[in-house]
Design a protein around this ligand. Structure first.
Ligand SMILES: Cc1cc2nc3c(=O)[nH]c(=O)nc-3n(C[C@H](O)[C@H](O)[C@H](O)COP(=O)(O)OP(=O)(O)OC[C@H]3O[C@@H](n4cnc5c(N)ncnc54)[C@H](O)[C@@H]3O)c2cc1C
Ligand SMILES: NC(=O)c1ccc[n+]([C@@H]2O[C@H](COP(=O)([O-])OP(=O)(O)OC[C@H]3O[C@@H](n4cnc5c(N)ncnc54)[C@H](O)[C@@H]3O)[C@@H](O)[C@H]2O)c1
Length: 447
């Protein structure tokens, strides 16, 4: 039995951060993963996805500018694009392992399970540690519908050798909208089936309505209040049956994609053996990110119940866990607003509260919301639909939320995030001289 100061389970943004920080501080560290080292974001999530989005943006831009100085129709060559994508993802496992080797971190490949509060088993090997860190991320949630095995998940989609002519996205969240936008620009007929009344429930309703309009304008069908009930093989590939308001409907498609949510990767760990409490939302932790039921164990990233399941949060939580292990619980989780982007074309970006949530606070608000397709920034590229909403606390003048839809929203939102983090009042943001003509220079008209 080998003993370590810390065992980290998971090599993604959260786990890598903890392991390297502890190792740099002189701790004896082991790290475990049952997939190629490097985690979701860099290999199967954000980064490869945005390479594909980059190509789709060119198609959309050319379509918008057709007859306005752009002739000809660029097309996506899927095989070439996937080969380009692999130039980013292919080296990740080797580079990650090299980084761990250089840091003197012991590496183990396989599925980790708890044997007791401080013992982990991977295959035949048993490891013990003073601290164990759960950074196991999330996996596609079980749908519990007949034909579930016929769907591909986001990992499968990002590895497709060729793109079928038609596809259905089951679910209406980040993955559904991002993949639908890129597949449509690559020439596929796409249908989004979402069971809720509105998609992307965490985003502001008015801005989501703009995104849905732009999505439909890109030729994507969005069917709401449609709960997918079963998937069966058919002549065209698959038949997807759904229930909508007491009625049933069906869509034929060459591919069906699971875009119906991800669940924290907890079960395989056998957490009960270590006394670790968890819920559907993940491993329960206190403000130091220490597991409830077992203080020797910490959790960070998508697997932990705290914080949004996003990469910047995984890195932040990893840094926090490392610090709390090294310095014996000195810093608590900061629930400050985190910007989030749906990488559609154009992107939808948000930081802070939605108008709905802000109204619940009972504060006196100034809410400014408009479509901006007639603003120069949108007209210049013939962007059909764009808009914004800002929510300011009347008493303090501070921003409670900002929501943007349009070209470059994914970058401009970070200025709002900075203003919120450093309590810069809206009036100051408005007065800041920004380079012109840029989307950021539009901020002054958003209050
Ligand atoms: C398609 C897609 C696109 C995304 N796009 C974005 C984006 O644009 N921006 C953004 O901020 N976020 C995005 N995300 C979310 C982001 O990828 C995650 O929030 C982030 O990767 C979580 O990091 P993590 O370290 O918690 O877990 P992960 O990176 O998932 O790492 C966990 C690792 O633990 C391993 N593991 C699990 N259980 C065990 C076990 N029992 N034993 C051993 N190993 C185990 C897993 O195999 C995995 O390799 C996206 C996610 C997906 C799926
Ligand atoms: N740009 C980004 O930051 C980004 C991109 C992709 C993924 N992610 C992360 O990955 C997570 C998972 O993404 P996601 O898009 O799969 O999930 P999601 O939770 O954003 O959305 C899934 C939606 O599918 C619906 N749904 C579930 N079952 C259904 C059914 N049978 N029929 C119809 N609809 C159904 C749910 O009501 C839910 O609203 C996100 O929460 C996010 O944290 C982030």
């Amino acid at each position: 039995m080998k003993h370590f100061d810390a065992i980290v389970i998971g090599t993604g943004s959260a786990g890598s951060t903890v392991a390297t920080t502890l190792s740099e501080a002189g701790k004896k560290v082991a790290i475990i993963d049952d997939m190629p080292f490097g985690g979701t974001c860099s290999q199967r999530g954000c980064d490869p996805k945005k390479v594909l989005v980059g190509a789709a943006e060119i198609i959309a831009r050319a379509q918008h500018m057709a007859g306005k100085g752009i002739t000809g129709r660029p097309e996506i060559n899927w095989q070439e694009l996937m080969a380009f994508k692999k130039t980013f993802t292919g080296q990740i496992p080797a580079n990650t392992e090299q980084k761990f080797a250089d840091a003197g971190i012991a590496m183990f490949h396989g599925t980790a399970t708890f044997l007791d509060k401080q013992t982990i088993q991977i295959g035949e090997e048993k490891l013990t540690a003073d601290h164990i860190v759960l950074a196991t991320g999330a996996k596609p949630a079980k749908l519990g519908i007949p034909g579930e095995e016929l769907l591909i998940d986001s990992t499968g989609f990002l590895a497709l050798e060729s793109l079928p002519g038609s596809m259905v996205m089951v679910g209406g969240g980040y993955i559904a909208f991002e993949f639908a936008h890129m597949a449509a620009r690559a020439g596929a007929r796409v249908t989004i089936l979402h069971r809720g009344r509105r998609p992307l429930e965490g985003f502001d309703a008015d801005l989501v309505a703009m995104l849905v309009k732009a999505t439909e304008a890109a030729g994507i069908r969005v069917i709401l209040e449609a709960a997918v009930a079963q998937v069966t093989p058919s002549d065209e590939g698959f038949q997807v049956d759904y229930r909508k308001g007491g009625q049933t409907g069906s869509v034929q498609a060459g591919l069906v994609v699971h875009a119906a949510g991800r669940a924290p990767a907890v079960e395989e760990l056998d957490p009960e053996r270590a006394g670790i409490e968890h819920s559907k939302k993940g491993v329960k932790v206190n403000d130091y990110l220490q597991c409830l039921g077992n203080p020797a164990v910490y959790a960070c990233g998508d697997v932990a119940e705290k914080g949004l399941p996003l990469t910047p949060l995984a890195g932040y939580e990893g840094r926090l866990v490392a610090k709390n292990i090294l310095e014996n619980n000195v810093e608590t989780f900061n629930n400050a607003p985190v910007p989030s982007v749906v990488f559609t074309i154009p992107p939808l970006a948000s930081v802070g509260m939605t108008e709905e949530k802000a109204r619940e606070t009972g504060k006196d608000l100034t809410v400014t919301c408009a479509e901006t397709s007639d603003w120069y920034s949108s007209k210049r590229i013939n962007e059909g639909i764009s808009g914004y909403k800002t929510i300011v606390d009347k008493e303090t003048g501070l921003l409670l939320g900002a929501h943007l839809f349009g070209d470059h929203s994914d970058e401009v939102i970070n200025l709002f995030a900075m203003a919120m983090k450093f309590d810069i009042p809206a009036s100051q943001l408005e007065k800041t001289i920004m380079a012109y003509p840029t989307r950021s220079s539009d901020i002054r008209y958003m209050f």
